[in-house]
Design a protein around this ligand. Sequence first.
Ligand code: TXA
Ligand code: MG
Length: 370
Amino acid sequence: MATKKEKKTLFVRVDEENFEKVLQKASEIIKKGGTVAFPTETVYGLGANGLAPEAVKKIFEAKKRPSGNPLSLLVHSKEEVARVTQNIPEKALKLMEVFWPGPLTLVLEKAELVPALTSGNLGTIGVRMPDNPVPLELIKRAGVPLAAPSANLSGRPSPSTAAHVRTDLEGRIDMIIDGGSVEIGLESTVLDLTDKVPTLLRPGAIGLDELEALIGKIKIGYQDSGRAEKGFEKKGGQKYGHYTPKTPLLLVEGKNEAVFLKIAELVRLFQKNGQPAGLLLSEEGATSLFSEGIVLSSRLSETEVPEELRFVLGPATKPAEAAKKLFEGLRSLEEKKPAVIIADGAFSLKGPGRALLNRLREAATKSIEG
Ligand code: TXA
Ligand code: MG
């Protein structure tokens, strides 16, 4: 990255003992219009005063984010939502009651108070109450909602550790609060409530079925292997690409054995052309492809894919575990600089499985049936 280091970034590991002191410092930075990265339960966020255009501008600059891409606001109470939005529908109140604090961003009509720069010039704004004491306390102390996108350079995988934030944003922001690994690892579910029928704009840990059980029918407003409603229009940030790993990524979808066989075939094809492949695998994939004694006609050897070029996400049947490690897997494989990354897409669609597959599809240069 040919980016000049512009400022000193304070890096602090937060714990029970220094919590007060760290939060005091962070809130001073926010009050002065600066930028602070912090953990949330989904991914690390980069926060600034969401009501001050000069502060919000720094987020766009640090992330190199296109200025039309709307930011959402993190709030620390349901009451704060009434300050930054208007005409809150009944359905939104129900959702907040059940799922907040938590991984659900609600897109609502924006109040005058919110600057156009924050909302990407839209009349709407995304709001979320995170389930992590660091941002909750920071918002409370700073006395303002935080504009807070994920704390990565635009187009890079979202950060699930403070080290990821450091890689992307050191020298570009004022402070990084290290609170360890995040719990979920995928960004929040985004639900637009500004039309009569709500629209799911981004799948996340809270699934469609859970939402529909509470508020009734929801439209799918993102591209998910043709499941999107016909003629759906891209809303807000969907116009902008994201999750683009530096290395081309091939996603192999389908049922276990078929997927693993296809992966082995692809590895050999690339190898013939002198192109080593990195593998992003389920535990089942790793076992099938590399374990001694497993009878798979095309078991791969250590020389075909050395251990350091394999990243195991977790059991295919437990997508929550895999989701937590996805962005770490993408980042760590990229660092090893294989010619291509081949990803196992045989994960269960239970729970956050759908969101996991959605992120894999977005990262993929190409999706292949196994
Ligand atoms: O879990 C999360 O949501 C994390 C943590 C840090 O809170 N944040 C996050 O922010 O992922 P960001 O900016 O990377 O993603 C927010 C998503 C984007 O896809 C954005 O386009 C969409 O929400 N969004 C925000 N405001 C919107 C609006 N008014 N209309 C439509 N989409 C909106
Ligand atoms: Mg993001």
